[in-house]
Design a protein around this ligand. Structure first.
Ligand SMILES: C[S@@+](CC[C@H](N)C(=O)[O-])C[C@H]1O[C@@H](n2cnc3c(N)ncnc32)[C@H](O)[C@@H]1O
Length: 282
């Protein structure tokens, strides 16, 4: 008798990058640095993620769990949203691909145990099920609507221990003004202190920024291909990390031709090249 065929419902990802999502190199490096620095300093605590999608960022958070620490993720997955605006967000961006079982099989491709999963709107976490002060790191990456994000930030504040860190996604994207409003409101009226800004995420704390800031300054981000800048926002120093933009490499023959031509001819040649480029003929 032929062996019974079993069809895997979700092909297991081979590497972390195979998991669909919006969690890219720079923030992956920032999460890794911040979580490892906490561990090295002996800071213990649970990790909480609001909005996990198919597990791309949750898998990395799980990498940093140490004995006795717990990861909790909260996502609607395939359940209904609680209001029409959130339902519209879900329909536009996630419904076609997102199921809880896909999240679970992606997570289990890299870890032996699932995290605690709360399949519900993140607003349920306001009931205190995450013990106050129990977390060292919270990633907020769920709904983009102002009311929801403001609530998620309040959950993060209550969950975090004294110097715990929050990462807030999409704080500056054109299509997420509600997130920007909630984040900067938390800064100006809620005591949230910015520590690090990347193009995608705001990192901050309600505690002291000193140790985290120092560890970020000591790390050689440039060697890893990132730019480092500093800004002051209403008297608070904050670091900015971004990707280095690589200058286009010119071919040797073209560089040589431009170097050898007299300046007038070079300018004329550049103009011709520019025109041809604009007409997309080269
Ligand atoms: C941008 S995705 C998360 C991406 C994920 N962190 C990553 O890096 O790949 C947003 C997630 O938030 C979830 N979500 C949206 N609104 C929510 C709500 N009100 N409560 C819980 N989850 C929500 C969606 O189901 C989706 O999985």
């Amino acid at each position: 008798m032929p062996a019974e065929e079993t069809v895997a419902p979700h092909p297991a990802p081979l590497k972390r990058d195979d998991i669909p999502g919006w969690f890219f190199g720079l923030d992956r490096a920032a999460f890794g640095h911040l979580l490892s620095t906490q561990s090295a300093a002996g800071t213990t605590g649970d990790i909480l993620e609001l909005g996990s999608y198919l597990g791309r960022s949750a898998v990395l958070l799980g990498d940093h769990l140490r004995p006795g620490e717990r990861l909790t993720v909260c996502d609607l997955f395939d359940s209904e949203a609680g209001d029409a605006d959130n339902a519209a967000e879900m329909a536009m961006s996630y419904r076609k691909t997102l199921t809880r079982s896909a999240f679970e099989s992606n997570y289990l491709a890299f870890h032996s145990e699932l995290p605690e999963i709360v399949q519900a709107p993140t607003s349920v976490l306001a009931d205190g099920r995450i013990p106050a002060g129990s977390c060292r790191f919270v990633h907020v990456d769920a709904s983009h609507l102002y009311e929801h994000v403001a609530g998620d930030i309040a959950v993060a504040k209550a969950a975090l221990s004294e110097h715990g860190l929050v990462a807030l996604d999409d704080y500056r994207s054109e299509h997420t003004p509600g997130v920007s409003a909630a984040v900067w409101e938390a800064v100006f009226t809620g005591g949230l202190r910015p520590v690090l800004l990347t193009p995608m995420k705001f990192y901050g704390t309600w505690g002291d920024t000193g140790a985290t800031r120092q560890s970020l300054l000591e790390h050689d981000w440039r060697a890893a291909g990132y730019t480092v800048d500093e800004d002051t926002i209403a008297g608070q120093r904050v670091l900015r990390l971004n990707y280095q933009v690589k200058a286009p490499v010119r071919s040797t023959s073209r560089r040589l031709a431009l170097d050898l031509l007299p300046p007038v001819a070079t300018r004329a040649t550049r103009r011709v090249l520019q025109t041809l480029r604009e007409r997309r003929t080269i």
